[in-house]
Ligand binder design. Structure first.
Ligand code: ZN
Length: 99
């Protein structure tokens, strides 16, 4: 949940722990879930996607590649015209740098 859900400023969302650039405001969209949501990572090289079978659901966990921090999950119900992915990320894992 949190702080960045209604942040519509232009900038880069970085890992709160190590500062790796993770998401750009350009890919942020309002998913109506109460979580900051993105269609794509700023750089796929900066994240790790890992199968997470917990809770009896097949979900894909998103981790910071640099420090291994858990960021959130990625789902396949994002905007179709932008690739159909929804990266659902916890605000506390992110730091925003205004551009
Ligand atoms: Zn990190």
């Amino acid at each position: 949940m949190g702080a960045f859900v209604n942040n519509h400023e232009k900038g880069i969302y970085k890992c709160a722990i190590c500062g790796t650039e993770l998401f750009s405001s350009d890919t942020k969209f309002d998913s109506g879930t109460g979580w900051p949501s993105f269609t794509d990572p700023a750089n796929l090289e900066h994240v790790v996607l890992k199968e997470d079978p917990s809770l009896g659901m097949s979900r894909t966990e998103v981790l910071c590649k640099t420090c291994g921090a858990h960021l959130g999950h990625v789902f396949d119900d994002g905007p179709a015209e932008k690739g159909g992915k929804r990266y659902c990320i916890n605000s506390v894992c992110l730091e925003f740098e205004k551009k």
